[in-house]
Design a protein around this ligand. Structure first.
Ligand SMILES: *Cc1c(COP(=O)(O)O)cnc(C)c1O
Length: 423
């Protein structure tokens, strides 16, 4: 099946009973065990089947199969949010005393998780400039368990040199984890450039309609966990009668371990209803992304020529420093979330946002509706000035998420508000 066929048909066959055309919502907490032997085998991971919705659910199962097919992975796990997907992706391989190397250009919530909450867990995250390969290499120590980066960095839309970072990771026998939320599998195929694990906030473009929080971890099955640094993956697990994940599940060991240990014990599972809504939204991912990118290109072009705009960070612009990487890694486009500067600084930026009529002032992105925010006073307000700078944000910075409206209406709205902001 090709990409667009997977989007609407992957992981579900309407020809099997109950023959519903729309994917069914299995709104249940638990499942009936036929007999004692069956139950025993399920709990010992000797048989596949549903036990309890925290561990798995047939609606979520369709979504997981579909996402794994889109990224050409071996398995996936739905989570209650993108944040919990990132948390599980790291905790599945890093414990107290371990380290992670991460790009510093991060979604604000991830930045906080890494620099504050993980510190309390005893996991040290070293933040690096994703464009400085030497710095990344030097940050990796014998305790480092993974390298983490966003495929299109938040909020400035920087695009890393994926295969070079992957080879730094693989030389150190650790995996590369990519947060592919802003690009989606439609624009960027993580597996082609050396990623091992992909995480998503499906709240954004995957759902596309802003009606459900959700997350996904996809295991690409590329990483060999038996090389030495990941003992938990390849030695007997006491909580499952001594099962060895790499023996029992081969190259799907990572995602099976995540489901059976972390989802079981920490519990950030998704709701079947939210998952249904997300899958329905995802059916139109290709169509929407095409329009998001076309609108974003027109708006970035317009802004880059505007007298009250001091900078535009959009890799789709020929003058952007990431243009060549965009052409190479995601030739269909650079998504529709990017930043620009409104001349005059903080108060002018705030005035600009207040003057907008069509753009919605919202702390979200990847929605059908166009959205805008001033990161310095909202999403990144917990960051010190120094941290702000390392995340590439100034007081002039405005983050925009271009939606699916008519681009002429969007440009008119921006133009009026830019004029008014300078009065
Ligand atoms: C939104 C977002 C997250 C967090 O996802 P939630 O679904 O809001 O928990 C993580 N990474 C990126 C890039 C995001 O945009």
């Amino acid at each position: 099946m090709k990409f667009d066929t997977i989007l609407v048909r992957g992981g579900y066959d309407a020809k099997n009973p109950p023959r519903t055309i729309a994917e069914p919502i299995y709104q249940t907490a638990a499942y009936y065990f036929d007999d004692a032997t069956y139950a025993k085998e399920l709990f010992a991971l000797q048989k596949e089947g549903f036990i309890y919705t925290r561990l798995g659910n047939p609606t979520l199962d369709i979504f997981e199969k579909r996402m794994a097919m889109l990224d050409d992975g071996v398995g996936a796990l739905t989570t209650s949010s993108g944040s919990s997907a990132i948390m599980l992706a790291i905790q599945n391989i890093a414990v107290a005393g371990d380290e992670i190397v991460s790009a510093s250009s991060l979604y604000g919530g991830t930045y906080n998780m890494f620099s504050n909450t993980f510190k309390k867990f005893g996991i040290k995250v070293t933040l690096v400039d994703v464009d400085n390969l030497e710095q990344i290499k030097n940050a990796v120590t014998p305790k480092t368990k993974a390298i983490f980066a966003e495929s299109i960095g938040n909020p400035n839309a920087n695009i890393p040199e994926f295969e070079k970072i992957a080879s730094i990771a693989h030389n150190a026998q650790i995996p590369l984890i990519i947060d592919n939320t802003f690009a989606t599998p439609y624009l960027f195929k993580s597996k082609d450039y050396g990623a091992d694990i992909v995480v998503y906030s499906t709240t954004k473009y995957i759902n596309g309609h802003g009606n459900s929080i959700g997350g996904m971890v996809v295991d690409l099955g590329t990483f060999d966990w038996t090389q030495g640094k990941f003992q938990e993956m390849c030695t007997p697990d006491a909580s499952y009668h001594g099962v060895v994940f790499t023996d029992a599940f081969k190259n799907a060991a990572y995602i099976l371990k995540m489901r059976t240990q972390l989802m079981r014990d920490l519990g950030p599972c998704a709701s079947p209803f939210n998952t249904f809504l997300t899958m329905q939204g995802m059916e139109t991912l290709s169509l929407r992304m095409e329009r998001h990118v076309a609108n974003a290109n027109k708006i970035a072009e317009f802004l880059s020529k505007h007298k009250y705009v001091t900078f535009v960070n959009y890799p789709g612009l020929k003058t952007d420093k990431y243009y060549e990487r965009q052409q190479k890694y995601m030739p269909k486009g650079a998504g529709s979330v990017f930043t620009f500067g409104v001349k005059g600084g903080r108060s002018t930026g705030e005035k600009f946002i207040n003057e907008l009529k069509l753009f919605l002032h919202v702390a979200n992105v990847g929605d059908a509706r166009s959205m805008i925010i001033h990161p310095g006073s909202t999403t990144h307000s917990q960051l010190s000035d120094e941290q702000l700078l390392s995340a590439g944000i100034s007081n002039e910075t405005v983050r925009i998420s271009v939606g699916l409206e008519d681009w002429e209406d969007l440009i008119a709205d921006l133009d009026c508000a830019l004029e008014a902001s300078q009065k």
